[in-house]
Design a protein around this ligand. Structure first.
Ligand SMILES: NC(=O)c1ccc[n+]([C@@H]2O[C@H](COP(=O)([O-])OP(=O)(O)OC[C@H]3O[C@@H](n4cnc5c(N)ncnc54)[C@H](O)[C@@H]3O)[C@@H](O)[C@H]2O)c1
Length: 275
């Protein structure tokens, strides 16, 4: 979709981090923007912060783990703006849960937000984009953790591998319809994702904080450090806009992590050598 001005974007997880940066970049490109998020007060502040950035930015409360909530957000967006062209399934959470603490609640929460949330976004908007026929683009936020399991055995890695896989399949199916798909695979980005439990609905049980001296606790501390020195979210957003305009599928923002993916592919090929 070369021309973004005058079009409309919907962004989940839009109240902060990469989602807000995407909203800001879309607004500055002349798009109408609907930010969707589970956190009401932060969402209101985010909408306010973009008040003068673009033609019209609004917010809608949405819990991406709930298909009905995503459906309502889609309806509200169409009522507000008419046709929606760019849909960013970006909301995501992280929780500890490796071999030290295999908490099913952690797995359910992370998979519900990071995987089912993406699915619900696609289900709620794709029929609309196909029907209006003005073209569109679906942007799914995965991670480098969707291509390399550097974070170990964890629900986050499982969810992001799934998002990469489903996006690859979706892109192939939507290409003939003229609808683009992009999967975003950043490394560490300076956002609030490290305050990981703040949006955890009660049905996923209490927050589990690993012992700081355990391997899981040490991994968390390392991740917190890497997040603090991570890339600015605006840089991720700039790459995404360029990918939408140029119809690029993979968005990478951390070229220094290329080796991790090469190592994985080499291991896969070595497996084939033994076939
Ligand atoms: N920060 C990083 O280093 C990094 C790296 C790679 C990928 N990502 C991915 O980028 C995406 C955005 O994360 P971020 O880093 O900007 O984190 P963030 O915590 O700053 O933003 C995530 C947003 O999602 C919202 N959210 C959480 N649960 C929700 C739910 N159930 N329904 C709707 N909204 C919900 C939060 O309120 C928050 O505004 C995620 O998918 C994340 O996995 C982040």
């Amino acid at each position: 979709m070369r021309e973004l001005a005058g079009k409309t974007a919907f962004v989940t997880g839009g109240a902060g981090g990469i989602g807000l940066a995407l909203g800001s970049a879309f607004a500055q490109a002349g798009m109408k923007v609907m930010l969707a998020d589970i956190e009401a007060d932060v969402l209101a502040a985010a909408v306010e912060s973009l008040r003068d950035s673009g033609p019209d930015t609004r917010g809608v409360i949405c819990d991406v783990t709930d298909s009905a909530s995503v459906e309502r957000a889609a309806e509200a967006s169409q009522e507000a703006f008419g046709n929606i062209h760019v849909v960013c399934n970006n909301a995501g959470v992280a929780a500890a849960g490796g071999i030290d603490d295999i908490s099913v609640d952690n797995w359910r929460w992370v998979l519900d937000v990071n995987l089912m949330g993406v699915l619900y976004g696609i289900r709620s908007f794709l029929p609309h984009i196909r029907a209006h026929g003005e073209g569109g683009h679906i942007v799914n936020t995965a991670s480098m953790a969707g291509l390399s399991s550097g974070l170990g055995f964890s629900p986050y890695v499982a969810s992001k591998y799934a998002v990469v896989g489903m996006s690859e399949g979706l892109a192939a199916q939507l290409k003939p319809l003229g609808i683009g798909v992009t999967v975003v695979c950043p490394g560490f980005v300076r956002t609030g994702i490290g305050e990981r439990e703040r949006n955890r609905p009660a049905r996923y049980g209490a927050t589990q904080t690993p012992d700081p001296d355990s391997p899981a606790g040490q991994l968390l501390a390392h991740i917190a450090e890497r997040l603090q020195s991570g890339l600015a979210p605006s840089e991720v957003a700039a790459r995404v806009l360029s990918a939408i305009r140029g119809d690029e599928f993979y968005v990478f923002t951390h070229p220094e992590m290329r080796g991790e993916v090469e190592e994985r592919f080499a291991a896969i090929m070595a497996g084939f050598d033994n076939a």
